[in-house]
Design a protein around this ligand. Structure first.
Ligand SMILES: [Zn+2]
Length: 72
């Protein structure tokens, strides 16, 4: 989200345009690299996340089999 330090408010990315300056005061705005990085991290799930998920699923599956086995 673009942020104008002068006006102390968030701006609509569409109204900012490619000049990257505030439509109200004309000063340069901050585009917010942090927000971009956050979006990237949520979209791209690292491969080791799925390794962890697979391990948990295998473990829970094994515990389920063990649990069912104890009933008989
Ligand atoms: Zn401004």
């Amino acid at each position: 989200m673009p942020w104008c330090v002068n006006c102390d408010k968030f701006l609509n990315p569409a109204s900012v345009g490619e000049s990257e300056s505030c439509p109200d005061c004309g000063s340069k705005i901050e585009v917010g690299e942090l927000a971009k990085n956050e979006v990237d991290e949520t979209v791209k799930v690292p491969w080791h996340f799925w390794v962890g998920v697979g391990a948990v699923v295998l473990y829970l599956g094994w515990r389920l089999i063990q649990g069912v086995g104890l009933l008989f």
